[in-house]
Design a protein around this ligand. Structure first.
Ligand code: AMP
Ligand code: GLY
Length: 428
């Protein structure tokens, strides 16, 4: 079968590698892809916002499955339009994608179905939001309702910070994403991510993975899309995973099915492990980036077969198999990220030497080829994954590979995995 993968990040490079390795994949197209995905398929310059153009491309190339990497096209209803044209697509439809596309939608669903989450209130104007702030005080978390590329959440320690965030959102700083806000209780605990493959009725948990959202070593500095990740995440014990499935994931699938908008795709729950148990911080409706760069190298099952089973409602009785080896990935970003980038178009060297190490995969994100040169074209540029029998071994391999890369305009964290490695008693 011919497959079209939508997206251009490190996540999509990891997915492209897994899809191209499936016995059911004939031709793989990636729109728009990056310099890394070009090694596993054909990059095509499709405008994915133009759904008619995507449908026409699928018909012309006899595409039997579309895999949507990022949330934007899911929230925009690409899967609905493909389905209407009779083309199978992996990912939720528009309304189900509201689990990521609207924080208020998710909070109200949690309230209706008793899914544990922070206490909240939703506002669509500044004055009542300020009145709520005056009543509750700080700390408080202020969130723009819609997709805001990671810029929509302020964990305010003081009322002044919260007020500033509210004024910015309601003055249009985030555009339509800020048409309404959720204000919620600040949760205390350790954050973990949880992923499940869903077919609308059945959810299969994926292997555990955890990312590092802050830009600098020690988990300090501004939030990013993710500076590194590892799998497994020892904090997610089997008992805890079962609790998350029972209290959060399965009730969500039931709720979505009851509403007539069943959830198909990857449900990615951001959780806080509080003293009262796991609580939902937010949902994403896709694979994490860079979590996919540690999950895909560990997946022993056929990814395409699993995705088709999800699209066709056949996940019950299917078993996803994972390799015992651990995986750890280090993101290399352009200096300045997540703020203004110091450079663009700088040359990256040493990738062949890095990728030649055993147990290492170098995933591309914002890269492009300019003649013989590989150049950086954005914030997060590479994710270097090492695998090994233990997390410590995976970490050592990843950093050995990172140290072979010659890119003075880039930077990375040196402490990816520190929490898990400390917990293992391995030390870092
Ligand atoms: P989100 O975009 O919803 O993932 O929020 C970004 C980050 O803000 C999360 O990863 C958490 O670190 C933090 N956060 C969001 N909501 C809360 C909350 N209710 N309590 C504490 N931290 C939060
Ligand atoms: N790693 C965080 C995300 O994919 O949203």
């Amino acid at each position: 079968m011919n497959i079209l993968l939508i997206g251009s990040g490190g996540r999509e490079h990891a997915l492209a590698l897994a899809i191209a390795g499936s016995p059911s994949c004939d031709r793989l197209f990636v729109a728009p892809g990056n310099a890394g995905t070009a090694a596993h398929g054909e990059n095509v310059s499709l405008d994915v916002a133009d759904h008619d153009a995507v449908v026409a491309f699928c018909r012309e190339k006899d595409v039997g499955l579309v895999v949507v990497g990022p949330e934007g096209p899911l929230v925009a209803g690409l899967v609905d339009d493909l389905a209407a044209a009779g083309i199978a697509a992996f990912g939720p439809r528009r309304v189900a994608a509201q689990l990521e596309g609207s924080k208020g939608y998710t909070k109200e669903l949690c309230a209706e179905y008793g899914i544990p989450t922070a206490a909240f209130a939703r506002f669509d104007a500044l004055e009542p939001a300020l009145a709520n702030l005056a009543a509750t005080g700080a700390p408080i978390v202020v969130k723009a309702d819609g997709l805001a590329a990671g810029k929509g959440v302020v964990v305010a320690e003081t009322a002044a910070e919260a007020e500033e965030a509210l004024r910015a959102i309601f003055s249009g700083a985030l555009g339509a994403a800020g048409a309404s806000v959720v204000m919620e209780e600040k949760l205390e605990g350790e954050e973990v991510s949880f992923f499940a493959l869903c077919d609308g009725k059945t959810a299969l948990p994926l292997a555990s993975a955890q990312d590092h959202k802050r830009v600098f070593d020690g988990d300090v500095g501004p939030n990013t899309g993710g500076m590194g990740a590892y799998s497994p995440a020892p904090v997610l014990t089997p008992a805890l995973a079962e609790r998350v499935m029972a209290e959060i994931v399965r009730p969500t699938l039931v709720a979505m099915a009851e509403r007539g908008t069943p959830f198909v795709g990857i449900l990615y729950a951001g959780l806080m492990l509080t003293a009262q148990g796991p609580k939902l911080i937010e949902y994403n409706v896709r694979f994490g980036d860079p979590e996919a760069q540690v999950l895909m190298p560990r997946l022993a099952s056929d990814l395409v077969a699993a995705m088709l089973a999800a699209c066709e409602g056949r996940l019950e009785g299917i078993d996803l198999r994972w390799r015992d080896d651990a995986a750890l990935t280090v993101v290399l970003a352009t200096r300045g990220y997540p703020g203004a980038l110091e450079t663009t178009g700088s040359t990256i060297g040493g990738l062949e030497r890095a990728g030649a190490l055993p147990g290492v995969s170098v995933f591309h994100a914002a890269t492009a080829r300019e003649g013989e040169r590989l150049v950086a074209r954005g914030g997060r540029v590479l994710a270097v994954t090492g695998t090994g029998r233990t997390l410590a071994a995976a970490r050592d391999r990843a950093y050995e590979a990172v140290d072979r890369i010659d890119w003075p305009e880039g930077f990375h964290r040196r402490d990816i995995g520190w929490r898990a490695l400390g917990r293992d008693g391995v030390g870092s």
